[in-house]
Design a protein around this ligand. Structure first.
Ligand code: ASP
Ligand code: CP
Length: 342
């Protein structure tokens, strides 16, 4: 694995498999059964210049669970970038303070520019409409775990990606990551104007996968193994695009769609957040409590996967087992009130 994690382009099937293996070894710690201090003394810099709940907090929590400490800055207002400081200077300054840096920024390519100015490992927590590689890794980990539970194989699987495929950086990273594996079928359904960029479709097709674009969800998807739906990234729209845009209910994944069009074991994923405002027509809450809905298992998986990323980049992945102790505090058996017992 390279020094930074900026794009899925730097990953190979072997490096992904290694991260998945390390993530599985992190499970007892992520599930709060055991404690490690392998990163004791290390400091993470968490720099978020765009809204975030999951990525910011789970990278923070993952670093803490490895025994490290975190300092952060959120938004441009509270960073000296608001005074005109460059990415280069910010990178050099932060490198003097921190042992690893996670950054989210609204401009595509900005995290790579930041990383070019430092020898400290940098992780891209999302660069505009570009990529979100740690999300793709946790999505892949989720698919792998769900498939193991259901006795399914990745080779030949059918994955449906829907929603905003143009600006959704999670699907850009995920489709690249899936393409590293044995041929599968990938169906893309996006509202007009929000289709997956051609260069990504060409890349995936050139690696032997069958990619199909369809105009609507009103079709038969009974052989789909994974429905991966995404939020419309309105924050990336031009004023012209925003005017009068509203997502048709025809693109909503809800219980009726799942019951009528998909299989009984089709899993539903979403990188989250889902837009729960009434007119957003994002993933419907009527699937809450349905065991097919994997979205919170997916967010939970963010912890072991991000721990694995840190442990691998900071080269302590071989030390985990030697450093485990049982936890001493109360931990509920299930954390969510609607969590399905699987
Ligand atoms: N949270 C994901 C991202 O930052 C997806 C989203 O915001 O819709 O890319
Ligand atoms: N999935 C994801 O990146 O969520 P946040 O935007 O809340 O970090």
């Amino acid at each position: 694995m390279s020094r930074h994690l900026l794009s899925v382009d730097s990953l190979t099937r072997d490096s992904v498999n290694h991260l998945m293996h390390v993530a599985a070894r992190m499970e007892p710690i992520a599930q709060r059964r055991q404690v490690t201090r392998v990163l004791e003394g290390a400091v993470l810099g968490n720099l978020f210049f765009e809204a975030s709940t999951r990525t910011r907090v789970s990278f923070h929590a993952a670093f803490c669970r490895l025994g490290g400490s975190v300092c952060d800055t959120t938004g441009f207002t509270f960073s000296s970038m608001a005074k005109g400081e460059s990415l280069y200077d910010t990178s050099r300054v932060m490198s003097g303070y921190c042992d690893a840096i996670v950054m989210r920024h609204p401009d595509q390519g900005s995290v790579a520019e930041f990383a070019a100015a430092t020898h400290v490992p940098v992780i891209n927590g999302g660069d505009g409409p570009g990529e979100h590689p740690s999300q793709a890794l946790l999505d892949f980990y989720t698919i792998d775990k769900e498939f193991a539970r259901l006795g399914r194989k990745l080779a030949g699987a059918h994955v449906l990606l829907t929603g905003d495929l143009k600006y959704g950086r999670t699907v850009h990273s995920l489709i690249k990551l899936l393409s590293l594996y044995d041929p599968m079928r990938i169906t893309l359904v996006a509202p007009p104007g929000l289709e997956m960029p051609d260069y990504l479709i060409d890349l995936v097709a050139s690696r032997g996968h069958r990619v199909e674009q369809r105009a609507s969800l009103a079709d038969d998807y009974r052989d789909v193994d994974v429905v991966y739906t995404t939020r419309i990234q309105k924050e990336r729209f031009t004023a012209e695009m925003s005017e009068g845009f509203s997502l048709s209910r025809d693109f909503t994944v809800d219980r009726a769609f799942m019951d009528k069009r998909c299989g009984r074991d089709t899993i539903v994923m979403h990188p989250l957040p889902r837009d729960s405002r009434a007119d957003a027509n994002d993933l419907d809450v009527d699937l809450n409590g349905d065991p097919r809905l994997a979205i919170f298992r997916q967010t939970d998986n963010g912890i072991p996967v991000r721990m694995a990323i840190f442990a691998t980049l900071l080269q302590v992945d071989e030390l985990i087992e030697k450093d485990l102790r049982p936890v001493r505090w109360f931990v509920p058996e299930r954390v969510g009130v609607d969590d399905a017992a699987l």
